[in-house]
Design a protein around this ligand. Sequence first.
Ligand SMILES: [Zn+2]
Length: 425
Amino acid sequence: MTMREPRISNQQTIKQKNIKLLFKHIQAEPGTTRAQLARKTALSPTTVSTLVDELVQGELVQETGPANTHSAGRKPITLQINPQGRQLALFSLSSWGIHFELYNLALEVLDTGFFAHSTASYQGFAQGAEAADPDVGNDYMAFIQTLLTGSASYDPARLLAICITYPGIYLEREEAFTSTAMQVSLSAASVIGLEERLNVPVFLGNSSMCRAYAEKKVLDSPRNSISDLIYMNVCDGLGAGIIAGGVFLKGREHNAGEVGHVSIDYRGKRCACGLRGCVEQYVNIEAVTQRVRRALEETSDHEPLTLEAIGALCLQGNAAVREVVDDVAAMLFTAIYSTVCITGVKRVVIGGGIEQLGDYFLEKLRSISRETPRDTLARGIDISYTRAGLNGDSQGIAQFYLDHVFAICADDELLQKHAEQAAPA
Ligand SMILES: [Zn+2]
């Protein structure tokens, strides 16, 4: 959340930039050598050698043995990220609770957990509830602290940052991270409190944008970087992470991509945002499951009703269930179509949990797209399910943190500690 901006000289800035550049190259190409790094980055072999030594001493990078070369003479040492060198703690917030993952520096899962905590009790966005609004920020930060400190794999000395994804936006004037899907607001003060208690940076990101970033990382190849993508995040609400022309659409008040508030009925149900008929009221996992349960009540007993079970009933030809799922697909397509028309982006990825409905739902979305009258604006819309998976939000924020936020500075405590040990007395 907060970023330290230490006063640093130009020389330090250049060093910081170069050391991060080397770290990124080693991350992208495990097994690379100092000589290869010098060629790739155009830094001098001496500079590469000095900075790589610092990365190794700081336990960010490790030497993995001689490279497999055919040339005679001394074998060069290969390098890779040191997985055990640092940790990242990821927390994904939803209406149902907090999903926790602890990653090492190679973004491998060390620990995972779930703390069930329904937001239904807060009613923070209900009309007239403002005065009674509890400080949900402090609650959530306390739950996060408990989950993290309770993990047997957590190493406070190696924790790089706490990253939190949530289905909402940051409101500068209110100094709060607010979510209409969860119907809660987390105060910036509560986040700063967590930073101070654990003495580690806390970084927050919108779930849909984090999922879009993870998806981009899966789809990117060395020759082709994805520059246009809409990630439709159907979870406890509906939001989109939009990458257009290679950049995230963020909006001045961080509100771009809030496509859940595209109205499909201006006289419809009043939404927490104030407008009527917002599509996220009808297209979210809870609403779909409840509608299917009601549709099935008359005929038989289906408990527990998971999205996979609903998808299976569709494939089996259950007419009542198909009717509901077809209607949900039509509503979601309306939001997709609106987003495509506004952004011009035609690569659409569906995820956030709803993809568990399976093939029937995806095929329905695609067929609506094909059948759109006149087929000019909708032509070529490419709809697919997420490849990054259910925990794409945690993966995405961890990748984004390492790529764009994590600065390897001279004042990094571990780097400094080891540099002091290595320095001659
Ligand atoms: Zn709304």
